[in-house]
Every structure is written in C-alpha cells, then in structure tokens.
Ligand binder design. Structure first.
Ligand SMILES: *Cc1c(COP(=O)(O)O)cnc(C)c1O
Length: 399
C-alpha cells in the first residue's frame, strides 16, 4: 500500500481520536452508577437467579427496543441458540447464516445440533444479502409440504439468521420477504446493534425473534450476557422456561418437563446492565460525535472510505469501519502501521466457511464477503474518546 495513504489514514484517525499514546479498539465505560448498583446487588444477597435486577434489566430492554418480551441470558451465543429453538429449529435442521460474522453466529447453530448454510453479504453494510439468499434458495432448495428442503444435503432449512454488522442495520425487510416466501423464520443476530434502528423499529425487535450481546466489547456490557427478544407470547414463554431448567412452577417441588438449560442471566450481571442501560443514550450520543469527527477527518481521502448506514436507518456507531480499495496484503500493511502508531485497529473476521470446523458446509457464492474480508478494518470507537459532557436525555434521538 502506498505509504502516503498509510500516513494519511494514521493522521486522520489521530485527528478523530486524539493524541493518547495507545488507543484501544473499544473499551467499556463504568462509573459510580455501575459501582453502586453492583454493590446494592451484593448487599441484597440476591446475586444469582432470583431478585429484582434481572427482571428490571429485561424490562428496560423490552421498553427500549419495543420487543414484546425480553429474556436475559448468560451470553449472546446462548441467546442465539435459545432463539433458534424458539423458532422451531432442531437437530439436523439447517439455518442460513451470513458468511461474514463473528464465529458465535455459526457456533450457536451447531450447539443445538443444527447446521449453518452460508450466504453472501451486501457490499454496503455487510449484512446478509437478500438477493443472494433468494438466488441460493432457488438453486439448491425445494418447497415441500413440510417446508423448505435443501436438495443437496436432504436437510430441512428452518430459519435465517441475519446479523447487523458493526451496528449498521441490514435490509431486514428484504431478507424477511425472502424468508416468508420459503417459510423460514427470521432470527436477527443484533449482538452488535443495541441502539440501531430501521425507521422507528429497533434492530432485533423487527423479526419474530432477535438476540443481543452484552459482552465486554459491546456497546453496553454486563461482563458477559445476552438477551432474546421475542414478539410471540407462547414462544417467549417456551424460551423463558427452557432457559431456566424447564422447571414447572411450584412453591417447593423440583419438577422439570424437558431437558432445560441453565441460561438465565445472574442478577449480579444484570445490576451492571441496569446501570449501563441508564447511560446508553449518553454512550450513543458520544459515539455519534466520534463518528462525525471521523467523517470530517476522512472527507476527501482517496483510497479509503468510511462505511455508512443505509438510507432510512440509524446506526449505533458501535465500531467505525473503514474500507480500503486494495487487497488483503495491503490491508495487513495498513493494520501493522496503525497498531505500530498505537491505534488499535483490527481486521473484520475471517469468513466463517474458512474456519476449520465449517469447511465444507453448504454455501452460496461469497464474492462480496471475500472482498469485504480483505478490505474492511475497524478503527478505535470507544464512547469515552469523546469527553464532552452531554445532558442525559431520556428520549431517544430518533423520536
Ligand atoms: C458478540 C457477538 C455474538 C455473541 O456474543 P457473546 O455474548 O460473546 O456470546 C454473536 N454474534 C455477533 C455478531 C457478535 O458480535
């Protein structure tokens, strides 16, 4: 890669993030609110599965996202597995996944004995591409009285698992239209998209089921944690039941009516989450300002473009993404130079079907995903890079 371009990217990133010697990719932001709520939870002695914090956190998430139901669980990977079960996916079924995602998306499918089937992503926001989906289904699948069947593997395709990459909302309506045509349930992996909207609909609460993650690197964190968002009462009840050991409600008897999971989010983690949710609007505002700084700094640069949300959508700016025009070797040259300069830039993930455990999995053509893998990097995006104080607003920006 041209040294002039490398220098320009470093200099412009510095303009956006400031002069601190080492700037990590993304770090959590805790203050007195988090300390007080966690301490209160410890003092209450209800740190585990009973107690008010988990319910309070669930209520905050449901009200923020507009989901009818929210079930907090131990992490985002388990949330996807639980949501897929809720969608009716079982062992030996197939689930359509984007080829470009964090490994958890495909692992969550395998954890319940189902199989991922990889489809290309769109160039603009790196989400599952509806046209590629329609084309692949028409090529390898058939409609049967029992549903969509993959003629090549003989397995039933039950669900489609689109992922809103870096918090950039994908074209979920187009994906859901194709899914409906083939009788597939859509489950949104919105692990990276808390605070992202398609019009006035929150990502993860648009499809019948969706999931969030509160891992340490996400926009809010509970240490580890996740949640299932669900629109249907009966499905939500089943997911809740299964995530809490499938115990039949009773004052003292231990009776369980299926093989359940111990997946409920402990109250100690939820206490952190309740505090973080109260600060979400502030995080979002500061990240919006940071993204605006990046946009100003990178304006007019040839050879590298910041990625931007689709028209009509609002991104949470979780991770700033830069797309270069070069190949993978040039990307690595740039990453080396950025990291050498103390800027914690990272490449996008390696494609899922290239990981050893997913080699040979069913997949469509993956041209756009391969190109993105070679060209897209993330730049430091922590909310605390913007020090300006904002008045805590309780109304969401988009409303
Ligand atoms: C973080 C993440 C997950 C799951 O997260 P964990 O909470 O770490 O299990 C799933 N999918 C995507 C796309 C993610 O980024």
């Amino acid at each position: 890669m041209d040294q002039q371009l490398i220098d320009a990217v470093i200099e412009r990133t510095r303009t956006a993030v400031g002069a601190e010697a080492k700037v990590p990719l993304h770090t959590p932001d805790f203050g007195a609110l988090e300390r007080n709520m966690v301490a209160d939870c410890v003092e209450s002695s209800f740190v585990s599965y009973v107690g008010p914090y988990t319910t309070r956190f669930a209520d905050q998430l449901a009200s923020y996202t507009g989901a009818a139901h929210c079930i907090p669980v131990v992490n985002g990977t388990v949330a996807i597995s639980m949501a897929l079960i809720g969608a009716g996916v079982g062992a030996e079924d197939e689930v359509i996944c984007p080829a470009l995602s964090f490994v958890a998306t495909a692992n969550a499918v395998r954890h319940i004995g189902a199989w991922p089937h990889f489809i290309d992503v769109s160039d603009d926001v790196l989400g599952l591409d509806a046209r590629a989906l329609a084309q692949q289904l028409a090529t390898v699948c058939e409609k049967t009285p029992d549903g969509c069947r993959n003629r090549e593997t003989g397995r039933m395709v039950k669900a489609v698992l689109p992922m809103h990459c870096f918090g950039l909302p994908l074209d979920i309506d187009a994906v859901m239209a194709v899914a409906a045509d083939w009788g597939l349930v859509a489950v949104e992996d919105a692990a990276e998209a808390l605070g992202s909207w398609v019009g006035d609909r929150h990502c993860g609460a648009i499809a019948p089921l969706g999931t969030l993650s509160f891992n340490g690197n996400k926009i809010i964190t509970t240490g580890g944690g996740g949640a299932v968002l669900c629109q249907d009462d009966a499905i939500a009840a089943r997911v809740r039941h299964l995530s809490t050991t499938a115990k039949v409600p009773h004052r003292y008897l231990y009776e369980h009516d299926e093989v359940g999971f111990n997946a409920r989010l402990p109250a100690l983690n939820a206490a952190l989450g309740v505090a973080q949710m109260q600060r979400l609007d502030d995080f979002l505002a500061r990240k919006r300002t940071l993204t605006a700084r990046y946009q100003a700094a990178f304006a007019g640069l040839d050879g590298a473009d910041l990625m931007a949300p689709r028209a009509g959508t609002q991104a949470n700016n979780w991770l700033v993404a830069l797309r270069i025009k070069g190949n993978r070797a040039e990307r690595d040259q740039l990453l080396e130079a950025l990291n050498e300069a103390g800027i914690g830039a990272r490449p996008v993930w390696g494609l899922l079907p290239d990981q050893p455990m997913y080699r040979g999995a069913p997949a469509g053509p993956l041209d756009a995903a391969r190109k993105a893998e070679a060209q897209v990097i993330n730049l430091p995006s922590s909310a605390h890079l913007v020090k300006t104080l904002y008045l805590l607003c309780t109304n969401h920006n988009h409303r």
